[in-house]
Design a protein around this ligand. Structure first.
Ligand SMILES: [Zn+2]
Length: 56
């Protein structure tokens, strides 16, 4: 099962989450174990990819 990293946008902590692709595609929210926030985005190494329609 692949591991994904999620960055908490509230406290900045990175959490590793193991989930199958099927689970990931369901778009289940993740909860930060540190602060309890579910304001998390997937983290790709040093690059934070933010979904944006402003950029081409
Ligand atoms: Zn947090």
């Amino acid at each position: 099962m692949p591991t994904y990293e999620y960055l908490c946008r509230d406290c900045g902590k990175i959490t590793e989450v193991r989930e199958s692709l099927a689970e990931k595609e369901k778009g289940l929210g993740h909860t930060c174990p540190s602060c309890g926030s579910n304001n998390m985005i997937q983290y790709f190494g040093n690059t934070i990819v933010i979904a944006s329609t402003h950029l081409h």
